[in-house]
Design a protein around this ligand. Structure first.
Ligand SMILES: [Zn+2]
Length: 186
């Protein structure tokens, strides 16, 4: 029994050494080799990409003909962040109706639009949203918080860039829009 205790202690110590940062969600699974923490004018703090845009081995999406090995296609970029992390408008945006978004985005996702800059931005898995349809949100306004609504893999946000009114088929890589910056260089 003493030996078993020693093994358990060793495992606990090893787990402790590998413990994730404070505020980490035990449900997070990262489907990327990128371990960089990024800042963005869209959210508070610095956080890791959990599922990148495009074909992915993450099991949450049905097999897509564009992807090998029956992988699914992820139309946005998931960034892991603790529940309650504030979200800011990095540019002036209008809140447009979100009824076209399916349940995979959670029960209160946000659809934002900026016609001058030619984008719609879907933000999925929000719970607390402090703006309403039709609102014009000024740059720098805190308008929602991260949550796990509709997400099996813990608190995070799904950022999906689309053309104005273009819908899911126009979804593209949102990296430039999010202005992700490695934490060390910020
Ligand atoms: Zn996603």
């Amino acid at each position: 029994m003493r030996r078993l205790g020693a093994i358990v202690l060793t495992v606990l110590l090893a787990a402790g050494l590998a413990a994730p940062a404070r505020g980490a969600d035990p449900r997070w699974v990262f489907y990327t080799k990128d371990r960089t923490y990024y800042t963005s004018p869209w959210f508070q703090g610095a956080h890791r990409i959990m599922v990148p845009f495009g074909c992915t081995a993450a099991p949450y999406y049905s097999p897509d003909p564009r992807c090998r090995d029956h992988h699914g296609f992820h139309h946005g970029m998931d960034i892991a962040m603790p529940c309650g992390t504030p979200l800011y408008a990095a540019v002036r945006v209008r809140v447009v109706p979100n009824d076209s978004l399916g349940p995979a985005y959670g029960d209160n996702p946000v659809l934002l639009r900026n016609r001058k800059k030619h984008f719609d931005l879907v933000i999925g898995h929000t719970k607390k949203v402090y703006v309403r349809e039709g609102d014009m949100v000024a740059k720098g306004t805190m308008f929602a918080r991260a949550n796990d609504r509709g997400a099996p893999d813990g608190c995070h946000l799904h950022f999906e860039e689309r053309s104005v009114g273009g819908g899911l088929s126009t979804a593209g890589w949102p990296r430039a829009l999010l202005r992700l910056t490695p934490r060390d260089r910020s």
